[in-house]
Design a protein. Structure first.
Length: 322
C-alpha cells in the first residue's frame, strides 16, 4: 500500500501507484490525484479498468492536470488509469495475470497485481468518498453510444433521486437501468454502501468528438454534484431511460463480414434490418440479413469487419415505460 497516502490532505497531491504492484517489467507506474478544498461533496473518478478503453484515460488525465483546488468544493480523487499494467501494453486485461479487472473487485491486498489495484480502490479510496464515477469506453472491439448507469443503496449518501438527477445532468441522451454485477467496481461500491455511476462511450479508433462528449459530460456531472464550479451550461435532460439485456443482442449466426445498416443511437423496430453478414469465402456473394431482435435503440456495434460464429454484432436497448 501507499505509505504516505492521505486522501484528505489539503490542496492537490499526486501519489505514485507503483508500491501497490511493485515493479512490472519496466512499466511506468501511474498515479492517483487527490484534490481537496474545504468541506463539500466527495467523488472518486476512475478510468481504464479495462486497459484498452483509452478515451476515459485521456479525459481523466486531462481533468487531473487541469482541475486545481480552487475549482473544487470538497474532494475530487482522480485515478486515470487504474489498470496501467494493461493500458501500457495496449491490452484490455493485464498481461501480468490475465485477469479481467472488472470481475475481481473488491480485490485482495496480497493478491495478483490486478487484485492489489482493486483492493487499493475498494479498501483505501472508497471510504474517502461518497460517490464513485467509473469511466469506461468501447475499447478495441466495440463502439458504444454515450450513456450512464448507476446504483445506490438504502445507506448510500447519494439517494435514488440524487442519482437520477446526476445521471440526467450528464447531458447524454441515454440513461441505462441494470442490475449490476457484484465483482465490478460499481458492484463492490454497492456492497460498500457507496453510490456509483458508470460511464460509457467511444470505442474503436479515437475520435475527438467522443473525447469532447466524455469530458463535457463529466464536467457537467461534477458541477451538478457540487464538487466543482460549473464550467459549462447545464443541458436539460430530454433523453431516454432504458434497459438492455441479452435478449437485445444480435450475434453472428456464422463467420462473416459485417456491414452495419444503422448507426449508434438509432431507433429501430423489431425485425428491422440492422446489419448484413457477407460471406468471407465462396462463390456466393449474397449477404445474410441480420434483423433487430426487438424495438429500441442501437447501443453497441462491433468494430470488427470479420466476426466469428456467435460474436456480438450489436445490441438494442428497450426504453422504459413512463
Ligand atoms: Zn470497460
Amino acid at each position: 500500500m501507499l505509505t504516505d497516502f492521505d486522501p484528505s490532505r489539503a490542496g492537490k497531491t499526486f501519489y505514485d501507484l507503483s508500491p501497490i504492484t511493485g515493479a512490472l517489467d519496466g512499466l511506468s507506474a501511474d498515479y492517483v490525484c487527490c484534490i481537496n478544498n474545504g468541506t463539500g461533496p466527495s467523488v472518486l473518478l476512475c478510468g481504464g479498468i479495462h486497459g484498452d478503453e483509452y478515451e476515459a484515460q485521456i479525459v481523466l488525465r486531462r481533468l487531473a492536470e487541469r482541475l486545481e483546488p480552487a475549482d473544487v468544493t470538497g474532494r475530487v480523487i482522480i485515478m486515470p488509469s487504474i489498470n496501467f499494467p494493461a493500458s501500457q501494453k495496449g491490452k484490455r486485461l493485464s498481461p501480468f495475470d490475465g485477469q479481467n479487472m472488472n470481475r475481481f473487485f473488491p480485490g485482495k491486498a496480497e493478491g495478483t497485481p490486478t487484485e492489489r489495484l482493486c483492493a487499493f480502490m475498494t479498501g483505501t479510496l472508497f471510504p474517502a468518498v461518497d460517490l464513485l464515477i467509473d469511466v469506461h469506453a468501447g475499447g478495441s472491439d466495440v463502439s458504444v453510444v454515450p450513456m450512464v448507469f448507476g446504483f445506490t443503496t438504502p445507506k448510500s449518501v447519494v439517494d435514488d433521486a440524487g442519482l437520477k438527477r446526476l445521471m440526467e445532468a450528464w447531458g447524454y441522451r441515454f440513461v441505462q437501468h441494470v442490475d449490476g454485477i457484484d465483482e465490478t467496481a460499481c458492484g463492490a461500491a454497492k456492497l460498500a454502501d457507496l453510490a456509483s455511476i458508470e460511464v460509457e462511450g467511444g470505442g474503436g479508433r479515437m475520435k475527438s468528438a467522443e473525447l469532447t462528449i466524455m469530458e463535457d459530460g463529466l464536467l457537467r456531472a461534477l458541477a451538478a454534484y457540487g464538487a466543482i464550479k460549473p464550467k459549462l451550461e447545464p443541458v436539460p435532460f430530454s433523453g431516454v431511460h432504458f434497459t438492455a439485456g441479452p435478449e437485445g443482442q444480435y450475434l453472428a449466426p456464422e463467420a462473416g463480414l459485417v456491414e452495419h445498416l444503422v448507426s449508434l443511437g438509432d431507433e429501430v423496430t423489431a425485425g428491422q434490418r440492422v446489419a448484413l453478414l457477407h460471406p468471407a469465402a465462396g462463390e456466393r456473394s449474397a449477404p445474410k440479413v441480420i434483423a433487430s431482435p426487438m424495438p429500441g435503440y442501437v447501443l453497441r456495434q462491433t468494430e470488427h469487419a470479420f466476426v466469428s460464429p456467435k460474436q456480438l454484432i450489436g445490441n438494442i436497448g428497450t426504453p422504459l415505460e413512463g
